[in-house]
Each structure stands twice: as structure tokens, then as C-alpha cells.
Write a protein that binds this ligand. Structure first.
Ligand SMILES: Nc1ncnc2c1ncn2[C@@H]1O[C@H](COP(=O)(O)OP(=O)(O)O)[C@@H](O)[C@H]1O
Ligand SMILES: C=C(OP(=O)(O)O)C(=O)O
Ligand SMILES: [K+]
Ligand SMILES: [Mg+2]
Length: 575
């Protein structure tokens, strides 16, 4: 292999064709170069679709052309959305694409087609629906709306369904979104039937054993402690409580009971992690083809294995995300991470189960362990809580987001901010601009600690892929390459590369639309769907010409290319 070609194959296929850049250039089919740009985009859109990262410049300034390009009136949709990506990449260079992925909870504020599209244009990688709220018809509508957005506008937004779990929560507040509890007020939490509308200051509780489990003197946390009560008296199904910390009670807010400094574990501890209602919701999610199922209040790895085998028995490829939000989950953390396809640091409930001041160190520990074990991790809850009401985040919130980005979590999640807040798009744009800024700053300062990555592979073949990815990431940083390209069937090699958190972006090419959507949750990956052949050289040729046609790479860009089919690694300039 000619040294001038700068092409290095550590492991070659049995009969490799010479992948030298010069030959690649020659092999580019002439029709790709000859056509005018619009039709080139049209020609390429069917077999190569990219995810539009963001219509914003790195400082977060909104660029109106991007929204216009993605609007229904802008014409042939999938192509126009990709035109936004193309322009963004041309303007900022792909080195500055956002690496941290963004999850938005969809709720009443964002369930309309226009609002969902605005979130997708604004950089939403995953749409989350929370089965604690809304009925199946509502969820079906949202899931299908996201699917049409993907089909018609060329996005690759994944859908995550989050189970209700056997959590104890309040009922609806007779249609009102919230009620204010003031200091010293006496409220009744009751397990009486909620069919009839209850008088003021009486709140329905969904768990029948509630009145039996609590005792006078217990503390009742609403929504992870956003409002607090002391239990003063039990009267049959009614539990009378005095408000000790005033706050807003949101409809269906979660309830936690504390006694003598720890969470009460009475009969409620025996409730199943996946309730019978959850199984019905899971069947619904499988039928609707969601990409991820997030399991609330996971206690052990067992339930994750159970759900995964339930899903694979139905021949589905759905990622199971374990939510870490209880003391039990922390006790069994490593085995839960190993069992699942991803983790959510669900700080809302976690902060009601362990002292608040422990949440930051627990978050850091979980994020690190997930990276070691090669599982994507989402940091969730209250990232921009004040933006539910106000258009500007607090400095503390920006610092919290920055810290999660600095820890290099795979994804950040909005809950109430996007589900029912007044400024969903603004909240998303804050996550986007803070991510971009912090990522770039840390790259420029070269401040990232080198993490000694543990071996994660169980077979020798996997071990080869892992070593290739570790080496490729190191080479990418040392050589200052512009991008790593990874051709991956099931996404595994892309995730191994993402785990290394290289300085440059990772373009991940897969033949499967569902793998492409799932890769959207992982740090630094820009997933593409591409119909690939077994011939690496022709894959590279096609990729270069398709990406060049879109202005996403240029001649001379230095690229490292990996393939899980060939277990190969090559370094080359784009011809
Ligand atoms: N599908 C929905 N329908 C109505 N309201 C919703 C829906 N999803 C979310 N919300 C609202 O957004 C808030 C924040 O969402 P989330 O954090 O997912 O739920 P929770 O607060 O129950 O943990 C909820 O408390 C609820 O008020
Ligand atoms: C994300 C969380 O779960 P949920 O919103 O379902 O309570 C959390 O508790 O932080
Ligand atoms: K939930
Ligand atoms: Mg929770």
C-alpha cells in the first residue's frame, strides 16, 4: 500500500481492493459530480439521510433560514431539512457539531405537529412520552406525529416511552393543572375513589395501601420535595397532613414518605417494578414501534433481563433504559447498567430518596460507570426548571447543564420544560447552546482527563472491534483528523467509538433506520442511513460523493474510516 496514500489497514479483508484515496477519487461515479446541486440532493436523499443537528450557530443565535427550510411550505421536505444541515455544516464546519444529545418530554405544550417540528428543527434527538400522564390515544397521536416528521421531513428522532411504574402519586386535581399549598394548611390525602370530584384540599392517592403504610409524624414529599407535609392524623382512608414547606402541587405529582431520615418501605416496597398497567403500556409501545422503553424505579437487573427477553420474543429491537431513581437501584448499580441498553439518572425521584446533596456525586459516578460499561447515559430532571415559567434560565441551571456536558453524559433531558412549560423551544435552545459552548471550550483547553477504559468485550471478535475503536480515537486526536467514519450494521462499533469521546465528530453509517434512530442517543454520533455493499472501497466512494454533494465534507478533509464488517481502520484524505 503506497505510503503517499496515507491509507493504513490494520486488518485487511481476505482480498482487499486498494483503498487509496487516488483510486477512490477515480472511482467516484461521474453522475454524482455532473448533476446540479438540487438534483444531487434529490438523488442522494433516498439512500443517505442525515440528521439535522441544529439550525443555530454555536453561540445559539437562531438562524431563520433553517426554520424556513424545514417548514412544510418549503417544498420537498426531506431534502429541504437536509439543506438546513448542509448549510449549518458549511457555515460552522462539522468539527463544531453538537456532541451531547437532547431528549425532550412531549406534553400538552408540544404535542402539536408544528411544535414537534420546531423541537426537531431545534435539535431534539429523542422524544419522550411519560405514561404517567395522558391516555393511549394521546400517546399514539404523539408517536405517530414523530414518525411522520421523520418520514416526511427527513429527521431521525427516536421515541422513548417511559413507564409509570408502581410509583405512588396524586390523582388529577379536578382538571386544574396545579394547586398551591401554603405553610400550615391542612390537606387530606385520600385513597377514596377518585370518580367523584373531591372537595378543596382533598387529594386522591393512587395506591390503596397508602393510608396503612404511613404513620403520624411521617414526612410526605410531593414531587421530590417541591412541597412537603407532615402526617398529623389517619382517619380510615384519609390521611390528614400539615404543609411544612409550601409549594405547587402538580396534577399526578409523585409522592414519597419519609420516616426517621429514610424512605418508608412498607408494603409499597413489594409493589412490582413493572405493574400490570405498565405491561399493557409496554405492549402498546411495542405495537407502535417505539425505539426505547425507559423503566421507572428499577430495583435490580432481573426486571431488565425480563423485559428484554419479552421484547426479543416479539422480534423487536427496542432499547431498554433503566431509570436510576431509588436506593435499591444504587445498591445494584453495576449489574443494572450491565443488563440495560442505557441509563437515565432520574434526579427528580432520586433526590427524594437520597439526601439532595448526594445527587451530584451520584450523578458523576453513574455517568462514569456507564461510559466504562459502554452504555449511553441521560441526565434528567430540573435542568432548566425555572424555564417552565420564565424565558431565561438561572445561572445555577446553566452551571448544572454545563457540568453534565463536562461530564460528557450522552444526553440531557427536558421534562416539564418541554412538556408543559411556556418556553419549550427556548429551553431546548439553551441546552443546545450551552452544550456547544462547553464542548468546544473543553476541547480547545484539552482539559479532559484521560480515562483508562476497561475492557468491555466478551468475545475475541468484539475485542478486536474495541481495540480498533480505542486506537482510532487516539489516532484521531493525535492526527487532528476532521471526522471518523464508522460503517456499522448493528451500531455496536459506533457505540464503542462514541465511548472514547474523540475530539472530532463521528459519522456513523448503517443500513438500518431503527439502528440509526437508536444511535441518536449516543454522544458524538451523527447517524446516517446508507445502503452499503460488502465492498468497503465502494462504500467509501459513495459516501464521499454523497457527503461532498451536500457540502458536508470537502476534498482534503482528513478522515479515519472503520468498518465492523471488515474490522478495518484506514486513514485518508477525502478525494
Ligand atoms: N402526556 C402528558 N399530559 C399531560 N401533562 C403532561 C404529560 N406529560 C408530562 N406532563 C406534565 O409535565 C410535567 C413534567 O413531566 P415529567 O417530568 O415527565 O412528569 P412527572 O412530573 O410526573 O415526573 C408533569 O408533571 C405533567 O404536569
Ligand atoms: C425522570 C424522572 O422520572 P419521572 O419524570 O417519570 O418521575 C425523575 O424522577 O427524574
Ligand atoms: K414515568
Ligand atoms: Mg421519576
Amino acid at each position: 500500500m503506497a505510503a503517499a496514500a496515507r491509507s493504513l489497514q490494520l486488518l485487511t479483508p481476505p482480498k482487499p481492493s486498494n483503498p487509496s484515496p487516488r483510486r477512490l477519487a477515480v472511482a467516484v461515479p461521474s453522475h454524482f459530480r455532473a448533476r446540479p446541486q438540487r438534483s444531487r440532493l434529490a438523488a442522494s436523499s433516498s439512500d443517505l439521510t442525515s440528521f439535522p443537528d441544529s439550525p443555530a450557530t454555536p453561540n445559539g443565535v437562531y438562524v431563520p433560514w433553517a426554520a424556513a427550510a424545514a417548514s412544510p411550505s418549503a417544498g420537498a421536505a426531506a431534502i429541504d431539512v437536509d439543506a438546513a444541515t448542509e448549510a449549518e455544516l458549511r457555515e460552522n464546519g462539522f468539527r463544531s457539531t453538537r456532541r451531547t444529545k437532547l431528549v425532550c418530554t412531549v406534553g400538552p405544550a408540544t404535542c402539536g405537529a408544528a411544535e414537534l417540528e420546531a423541537l426537531a428543527v431545534g435539535g431534539m434527538n429523542v422524544a419522550r412520552v411519560n405514561m404517567c400522564h395522558g391516555d393511549l390515544e394521546w400517546h399514539r397521536g404523539v408517536i405517530r406525529a414523530v414518525r411522520s416528521l421523520n418520514d416526511e421531513k427527513g429527521f431521525a428522532v427516536a421515541v422513548m416511552m417511559d413507564t409509570e411504574g408502581s410509583e405512588i402519586h396524586m390523582g388529577d386535581l379536578g382538571g386544574a393543572p396545579s394547586a398551591k399549598a401554603e405553610d400550615g394548611e391542612v390537606w387530606t390525602f385520600s385513597v377514596r375513589s377518585s370518580d367523584t370530584s373531591l372537595p378543596d384540599r382533598i387529594i386522591h392517592v393512587n395506591y390503596d395501601g397508602f393510608a396503612e403504610d404511613v404513620k403520624a409524624g411521617d414526612e410526605l414529599f410531593v414531587d421530590g420535595g417541591m412541597a412537603r407535609f407532615e402526617v398529623i392524623e389517619k382517619l380510615g382512608p384519609d390521611v390528614k397532613c400539615r404543609c411544612t414547606d409550601p409549594g405547587l402541587l402538580l396534577a399526578r405529582a409523585n409522592l414519597t414518605v419519609w420516616r426517621d431520615g429514610s424512605v418508608v418501605r412498607e408494603r409499597n416496597a413489594m409493589l412490582p417494578t413493572i405493574s400490570s398497567k405498565d405491561w399493557l403500556d409496554i405492549d402498546f409501545g411495542i405495537a407502535e414501534g417505539v425505539d426505547f422503553i425507559a423503566v421507572s424505579f428499577v430495583k435490580s437487573a432481573e426486571v431488565i433481563y425480563h423485559l428484554k427477553s419479552y421484547i426479543s420474543a416479539r422480534n423487536r429491537d427496542i432499547g431498554v433504559i433503566a431509570k436510576i431513581e431509588s436506593i435499591d437501584a444504587l445498591k445494584n448499580l453495576e449489574e443494572i447498567i450491565r443488563a440495560s441498553d442505557g441509563i437515565m439518572v432520574a434526579r427528580g425521584d432520586l433526590g427524594a430518596q437520597i439526601p439532595l446533596e448526594q445527587v451530584p456525586s451520584v450523578q458523576q459516578k453513574i455517568v462514569r460507570m456507564c461510559r466504562q460499561l459502554n452504555k449511553p447515559v441521560i441526565v434528567a430532571s430540573q435542568l432548566l426548571e425555572s424555564m417552565i415559567e420564565y424565558p431565561t434560565p438561572t445561572r445555577a441551571e446553566v452551571a448544572d447543564v454545563s457540568e453534565a456536558v463536562r461530564q460528557r453524559a450522552d444526553a440531557l433531558m427536558l421534562s416539564g420544560e418541554s412538556a408543559m412549560g411556556r418556553y419549550p423551544e427556548k429551553a431546548l435552545s439553551v441546552l443546545r447552546s450551552v452544550s456547544l459552548r462547553i464542548e468546544r471550550w473543553w476541547r480547545e483547553e484539552k482539559r479532559h482527563e484521560a480515562l483508562d477504559l476497561l475492557d468491555v468485550s466478551s468475545s475475541f471478535s468484539d475485542k478486536i472491534s474495541e481495540e480498533i475503536c480505542n486506537s482510532a480515537a487516539k489516532m484521531a486526536n493525535n492526527l487532528g483528523v476532521d471526522a471518523v467514519f464508522v460503517y456499522t450494521k448493528d451500531g455496536h462499533m459506533a457505540s464503542l467509538l462514541s465511548r472514547c469521546r474523540p475530539d472530532c465528530p463521528i459519522f456513523a453509517f448503517t443500513t438500518s433506520t431503527s439502528v440509526r434512530r437508536r444511535l441518536n442517543l449516543q454522544w458524538g454520533l451523527i447517524p446516517f442511513r446508507l445502503s452499503e455493499s460488502n465492498d468497503m472501497e465502494s462504500n467509501l466512494n459513495r459516501t464521499f460523493s454523497l457527503l461532498k454533494a451536500r457540502g458536508m465534507v470537502q476534498s482534503g478533509d482528513l478522515v479515519i474510516a472503520l468498518s465492523d464488517m471488515l474490522q478495518s481502520i484506514q486513514v485518508m484524505n477525502v478525494p
